[in-house]
Design a protein. Structure first.
Length: 645
């Protein structure tokens, strides 16, 4: 009969009942759900990409609005090239891993680690930026919440973590409705706004805040900086190639269709927002200021007014911006899984949790994003300088790797495929240089510190696993040597059920058993001697067996471990070539809140013995379980004859 899991009711309520490995196919996704799971990052960038560019163009006043559309058109052109390249990556590398797999297999291990670290940085920043932008949308609608930006952001992060720990299918079900609600709401705004523009009625219903007075003139450097900030709208398209395995069959076709839907919607939104911002005079306000309003908040109010539709649309934007972090929750753990399988991260990152989710990667991502949000106080503009650098670096490495791939695998149409990837690699490399230079002094330098540190960490982890594997690898038959009798040592603090259980096991293990009592002043030695004589020595002698001696070891400073180690050292010196087995009695309580009452003395002693470095010491734990209400299991595997389960 299966055992009831301790505390399973609360855990099941929060995370859902565990799923078996056979239920993995139920956790696969289709196109509509895939857009919600993997497209939120890209789609939500329509909310903060144009705003990031307008923030840089703010010193130009009204002239900045006229530059927004050509800058957005350039970003859209680059986005289309990158999307076309990733469509080829999906077909060539359907096992997932995206830029890391492509770069590693075609450009070498160093390039692969660079791509992986850049991707992980981008995913981490996407969580922080998406949540902070969603919080900014909420504050725009309800300015009274301005002092509570950080607690709201951390609360959204906790909710996202919980939803993703419940698994892919439930996360998809949660995000489908908000995603398509956002697309529909913003689609209505764009259609109505463009209709008014075409018919000559593009007059704001709710006038946006006045544009800033011009304090600078149009210059190449300012335009380049605006383009670099607007490139945050490109992030997210790589997520599909990283997560191809989560799609149902046929995986490649479904992944490509999902990518096409996401990019098509995003391009429409970016161009429509850029056009309407110029038509309705919508510019950027100062982030973090009292009168701050997002660009989309101003645009919706200008086109539709501040009625019921405004609050419905803002609610949809808030949901999608906050939930856009979910793209990272789908991609980051999968990249960690690939790295863990190749021993660049601990193996736990490759293991699926109770709901078949990659729990270790999810929790790690949440912890890192929380640190970012706290450091930046939940303000989106403080995170933007770091954003997109990692994504562009991954884009460049992925497409350069695909050029090498087509040189090696010259199938049908390989020339034009190579040309597309080569053009994309050149363009994203140039964009990376522009973004890196323009954002370097504004905080972008941190990305060029974090990424090398990440590569160093991954390399050190891999070196540690490689060294361990080399040191433990054995390529010979089992070595048999003449058996030498063990010496069994049983630490005893008092005569008890736990002590008896350990002693009985030791007597089965060896004929040479020593009981050791550390005289730390906590017990009565005379009482223990009396119990030992009556309950151990006498019965064993009557049974015709040699009773083990009880050795008292003095402990002037009331320590337990070091006196025992001194005794064991002397015993090892007396018995060269023999192995000494320390049989530790352990009193165990199944319920954690009761176990706290008994301390961890046996665990500490076991750890100290194992870490002593003496290779002839073997530590054996013999448990004795305290009986709890309703418990039917025996106290120990070594029950006395008169005990009953």
């Amino acid at each position: 009969m299966p055992r009831k899991r301790e505390g399973s009711g609360i855990v099941d309520l929060l995370l859902g009942r565990p799923l078996t490995s056979a239920q993995a196919m139920q956790e696969k996704t289709g196109v509509l759900t895939g857009v919600a799971l993997l497209g939120l990052d890209a789609l939500s960038s329509a909310a903060y990409g144009p705003e990031a560019a307008l923030t840089v163009l703010r010193p130009l006043g009204p002239a900045g609005l006229w530059l927004l559309f050509p800058i957005t058109a350039a970003i859209v052109g680059l986005l289309m090239v990158v999307a076309g390249s990733y469509a080829q990556t999906i077909a060539a590398y359907p096992s997932g891993g995206g830029a890391y797999t492509v770069a590693k297999q075609n450009l070498g291990r160093g390039a692969g680690l660079l791509a992986a670290t850049a991707l992980m940085l981008d995913y981490m920043l996407n969580v922080a930026v998406g949540i902070s932008a969603g919080t900014g949308a909420l504050v725009s609608a309800f300015p009274a919440l301005q002092p509570h930006v950080l607690p709201i952001a951390l609360g959204i992060l906790a909710l996202l973590t919980l939803v993703n720990l419940r698994g892919v299918s439930e996360a998809g079900a949660v995000f489908v409705v908000p995603t398509w609600f956002f697309i529909g709401s913003l689609g209505v705004v764009l259609v109505v706004g463009l209709f008014k523009l075409v018919t000559g009625h593009a007059t704001p219903i709710q006038a946006p805040p006045p544009l800033a007075l011009p304090t600078a003139s149009v210059g190449a450097w300012l335009v380049i900086r605006a383009f670099a900030s607007g490139c945050t709208a490109m992030t997210g398209v790589e997520a599909i190639s990283n997560a191809v395995p989560i799609f149902r069959d046929p995986t490649i076709r479904r992944a490509r269709v999902t990518l096409g839907v996401i990019v098509g919607i995003l391009v429409t939104m970016l161009l429509g927002i850029a056009l309407l911002c110029r038509a309705y005079g919508v510019g950027a306000t100062v982030p973090g200021s009292v009168g701050y309003q997002t660009v989309l908040s101003q645009l919706i109010a200008a086109v539709m007014g501040r009625g019921a539709f405004y609050f419905v649309a803002m609610a949809a934007i808030l949901c999608v911006l906050a939930l856009s972090a979910n793209t990272s929750y789908a991609g980051f753990p999968l990249v960690c899984q690939v790295l863990a399988r190749e021993r660049y991260l601990p193996p736990g990152f490759a293991h699926r949790g109770r709901r078949l989710a990659l729990s270790r990667g999810i929790l790690t991502l949440s912890g890192l994003a929380a640190l970012l949000l706290i450091a930046c106080r939940g303000i989106t503009d403080r995170l933007i300088p770091l954003f997109a650098i990692g994504a562009l670096m991954a884009f460049t490495l992925s497409q350069a790797g695909m050029v090498v791939h087509w040189n090696r695998h010259r199938g049908e149409g390989w020339q034009w495929r190579r040309a597309l990837n080569g053009f994309g690699a050149v363009m994203t490399a140039l964009t990376l240089i522009i973004v890196g230079v323009s954002k370097f002094a504004h905080g972008g330098w941190a990305a060029f510190v974090i990424i090398p540190v990440g590569i160093l960490l991954l390399t050190r982890v891999h070196a540690a696993y490689t060294r361990t594997r080399r040191d433990t690898e054995l390529r010979r038959p089992v070595h048999l040597s003449p058996a030498t009798p063990l010496v069994a040592v049983v630490p005893v603090d008092r005569w008890s059920h736990a002590s008896e259980t350990a002693l009985r096991f030791a007597l089965e293990l060896s004929d040479d058993v020593r009981a050791v009592h550390i005289c730390s002043g906590d017990t009565d030695e005379q009482e223990l001697d009396s119990h030992w004589q009556h309950f151990v020595q006498g019965p064993l002698m009557e049974a015709g067996r040699m009773p083990p001696p009880l050795v008292h070891v003095s402990s002037p400073y009331r320590a337990l471990v070091w006196p025992l180690l001194d005794y064991l050292d002397s015993l090892l010196a007396e018995s060269p070539g023999r192995t000494v087995a320390i049989v530790l009695p352990e009193l165990l309580e199944a319920r954690w809140y009761r176990a706290m009452l008994y301390g961890r003395r046996s665990e500490l002693m076991r750890s100290a013995l194992l870490l002593s470095g003496e290779r002839r010491l073997v530590v054996v734990s013999v448990p004795w379980y305290l009986r709890s209400a309703g418990q039917t299991a025996p106290h120990s595997a070594w029950n006395a004859p008169d005990e009953h389960p």
